[in-house]
Design a protein around this ligand. Structure first.
Ligand code: PMP
Length: 358
C-alpha cells in the first residue's frame, strides 16, 4: 500500500532525499564517518552549511544585505527572538491576529514586556478570513508589524502582503516557507521552522536585513541575532543533522525548478482538493476563497462522528494524519512541498468514493 502523509509538521520529505540520507548515514563523502557523528567545526560541515545557505539565497533571491541564520528553538524561539532583538526602540509592536500562531507570537512578546497592539483580528469569524490593515501605520509608533503569512491551523494565507507603510515587516513563514513566492525585500525579518516544507524538526531559519542587526544587551545569546551573524550561526553546536537534511531538500527544490515552479505545483495540488470540496455535498472548507492556504486545507462533513469515521477510513487506506487540529476539529490535509500531486489525487479519489457510499 502506498502511504501518503498529510501531517502538519514534521511532515513528509521527498523520497530521493530520504534515500540519500539512508545511503550516506554510515559514511559521508567516503570519510567513514556519518553526519550524526561529525563535528560542526569540521570542513565537511562547513561545506554543508555554506552550501545550504547559498542554495537558499538562490531559491529566494535573497540579496547580500540580508543574513541567513540557523537557530534552534523553533518558530516559538523566534516569537521571543524577534521582540528581544527588534522591539528595542518603542518597545511596541503591531500585530494582525490571524489565528493561533499569531496569538502565540503576541503573547510571547507581551510576556517579554513589549506592548502589543492587535490592529485587527478575525477571531470572531473563527479566523475564516484574514484580518486586513484598518489604518496606515508608521515607524514613529512601532518597532515592527508581525504577520503569520500562512495560518497552519486555520488554513488561510496572505498571498498579498498587508500594507505596512514604513514599518518593518516581520513574517512568520513557518508553514509556507518556500511553498510560494514572497519578495524577501518586503520583510525586515522572515523566520520559519523547517519541519514542514524544508526538512526534519530541529532547525529554524531566520533571514534578517542587515540594518536591523545590532548589539542588544541582556538578551540570551542563543537568541541573539547580532551574535549569530558574527559567528555564522555557530556560536554553539548547531543542529548538524537537521541542517544537512534541509540542505538536501534545498537541492531537491532547485531540481524541481525553484520556488516559482514549486508554487505552480502547489497551486495545482491545492486546487484539486478545493475544487473537490467546493463541489462536494458531504465535505466543505469554510475559508474565504481569496484567503485560502495552498499548504494547509481544513475540511469537515459538519458532523463530528462522521469526521471521525472518515479519519479512520483514510488511515486504513494509507492516507495518514488527516485529523484536524484539536482547536478546530474536522480534518486537515497539509500539502507541503514534498507531497506529490499523486497523493492529493489519491485523497480526492478516496473522499469521492466515501461520499458516494454515504
Ligand atoms: N508558526 C507557525 C505558523 C506554525 O505553524 C508553528 C508550528 N506548527 C509555529 C509557529 C511554532 O513552531 P515550532 O513548533 O517550531 O516552535
Amino acid at each position: 500500500m502506498t502511504v501518503y502523509n498529510f501531517a502538519a509538521g514534521p511532515a513528509t520529505l521527498p523520497d530521493p532525499v530520504i534515500k540519500q540520507i539512508q545511503e550516506e548515514l554510515p559514511s559521508l563523502d567516503g570519510t567513514g564517518m556519518g553526519i550524526l557523528e561529525i563535528s560542526h567545526r569540521s570542513s565537511l560541515f562547513d561545506n554543508i552549511i555554506n552550501t545550504a545557505e547559498q542554495d537558499l539565497r538562490d531559491l529566494m533571491h535573497i540579496p547580500d544585505n540580508y543574513h541567513i541564520l540557523f537557530f534552534q528553538g523553533g518558530g516559538t524561539g523566534q516569537f521571543a527572538a524577534a521582540p528581544l532583538n527588534l522591539a528595542t526602540n518603542h518597545k511596541r509592536i503591531a500585530l494582525l491576529d490571524s489565528g493561533h500562531w499569531a496569538t502565540r507570537a503576541g503573547d510571547e512578546a507581551a510576556n517579554l514586556g513589549v506592548q502589543v497592539d492587535v490592529l485587527a483580528s478575525t477571531k470572531d469569524d473563527h479566523y475564516q478570513e484574514l484580518p486586513q490593515m484598518p489604518n496606515p501605520i508608521s515607524n514613529k509608533d512601532y518597532d515592527y508589524l508581525h504577520i503569520t503569512t500562512n495560518n497552519t491551523i486555520e488554513g488561510t494565507a496572505y498571498h498579498q502582503l498587508p500594507e505596512h507603510g514604513n514599518v518593518t515587516l516581520v513574517g512568520d513563514l513557518s508553514s509556507n516557507f518556500l511553498a510560494e513566492e514572497y519578495k524577501v525585500t518586503d520583510f525586515g525579518l522572515i523566520f520559519a521552522g523547517v519541519q514542514k516544507n524544508v526538512g526534519p524538526a530541529g532547525v529554524t531559519i531566520a533571514i534578517i536585513r542587515d540594518d536591523l542587526v545590532k548589539p542588544v544587551e541582556h538578551i540570551p545569546s542563543i537568541l541573539n541575532y547580532n551574535l549569530f551573524v558574527k559567528k555564522n550561526s555557530m556560536f554553539n553546536t548547531p543542529p548538524v543533522f537537521a541542517i544537512y537534511a534541509s540542505g538536501l531538500v534545498l537541492k531537491w527544490l532547485k531540481q524541481q525548478g525553484g520556488i516559482a515552479e514549486i508554487e505552480r505545483i502547489n497551486r495545482q495540488k491545492s486546487a484539486l482538493l478545493y475544487d473537490f470540496l467546493d463541489d462536494s455535498k458531504l465535505f466543505s472548507n469554510h475559508i474565504k476563497k481569496t484567503d485560502r492556504s495552498l499548504t494547509n486545507i481544513p475540511f469537515t462533513t459538519g458532523d463530528a462522528d462522521l469526521d471521525k469515521q472518515v479519519i479512520q477510513a483514510t488511515t486504513d487506506a494509507g492516507l495518514m494524519n488527516l485529523k484536524g487540529h484539536r482547536s478546530v476539529g474536522g480534518l486537515r490535509a497539509s500539502l507541503y512541498n514534498a507531497m506529490p500531486l499523486a497523493g492529493v489525487q489519491a485523497l480526492v479519489d478516496f473522499l469521492h468514493n466515501f461520499e458516494r457510499q454515504h
